[in-house]
Design a protein around this ligand. Structure first.
Ligand code: RIB
Length: 291
């Protein structure tokens, strides 16, 4: 029996305008196309893991509004266990306003809502109810309060699970939190932010490099992992796919290097379709691409 992926993080509704170029501050650019998608880094990561065949549970929060119900349904339909997705009456569901340009690059503004109201007590109780243990992978994001991320990593480690911290966004993360992660997965900008505050402290760091793939730093060495050559349509959710695929592969018993290689390939495939989740591959699609 393989382990589970337990994601502790955010879930949003993404309101996306695809536009020829991103506007400068104070500028209006017309001619865009609007689409609504399911998102939130944590929700995306859980879906990425589930699509690759992992048993995935999501710990997080939505509001008691129609967006929250839609977000919950979208996770459940992918096979993600939502028994620990809290519904908070006092907060709205998280929303992300996203602009995507002609090259697939994006800028994102998030109103966290219920994600920001998640507490360490609630997340801790959820992880205990899920009987988190050895063989499981606890994947924690940072679109939730730092105290929640820290508590989830501490509980995951104490339970014998593998702990991954996706430091997105990186601002506000402290050494105590970083040192509770076995693997930290920043992009280049997040890595720079983390290093400004000191060393990372995890035994492995997987740095995502966008179209160039990723760099795995582990056991005193550094390994470059190339991305698959694809035409990018929308890079929203690429990092989340990488994290979810990494966690899924580790939970399924592969080595860190094999898992990082699958994660980079999964992220490459994810950018070929619009929306954070739409391009995430199934296990068969990923295996075919790796062949
Ligand atoms: O990483 C992409 C995600 O960031 C989007 O789905 C958006 O909701 C924001 O959380």
């Amino acid at each position: 029996m393989t382990g589970r992926v337990i994601v502790v993080g955010s879930v949003n509704i993404d309101l996306v305008v695809t536009i020829a170029r991103l506007p400068a501050p104070g500028e209006t650019v017309t001619g865009g196309r609007f689409e609504r998608h399911h998102g939130g880094k944590g929700g995306n990561q859980a879906v990425a893991a589930a699509r690759l065949g992992a048993r995935a549970s999501f710990v997080g929060a939505v509001g008691s509004d129609d967006l929250g119900a839609a977000a919950r349904d979208a996770l459940a339909v992918e096979g993600v266990d939502v028994s620990e997705l809290a519904v908070l009456d006092a907060e709205p569901t998280g929303v992300a306003l996203i602009l995507v340009d002609a090259d697939g690059e994006n800028s994102i503004a998030v109103a966290g809502g219920a994600n920001a109201a998640l507490t360490a007590e609630r997340a801790g109780a959820a992880l205990r109810r899920l009987a988190t243990g050895r063989g499981d992978v606890v994947l924690v994001g940072h679109e939730i309060p730092t105290a929640v991320a820290r508590a989830a990593l501490a509980l995951g480690r104490a339970a014998g699970a593998t702990t991954i911290l996706n430091p997105a966004p990186a601002a506000g993360l402290d050494r105590a939190t970083l040192s509770l992660a076995d693997i930290v997965t920043p992009n280049e900008g997040e890595l720079a932010t983390l290093l400004e505050a000191g060393s990372i402290g995890a035994s492995a760091v997987l740095v995502s490099l966008g179209a160039r793939g990723a760099r795995l730093e582990a056991d005193g060495g550094s390994t470059a992992i190339a991305a698959l050559p694809v035409a990018a349509v929308d890079t929203v959710g690429a990092g989340d796919t990488l994290n979810g695929a990494l966690a899924a592969s580790l939970a399924q018993g592969r080595t860190l290097l094999a898992s990082a290689t699958r994660a980079v390939a999964a992220a490459s495939l994810a950018v070929t379709r619009a929306g954070a989740r739409e391009g995430m591959p199934t296990a068969d699609q990923l295996d075919a691409a790796l062949d």
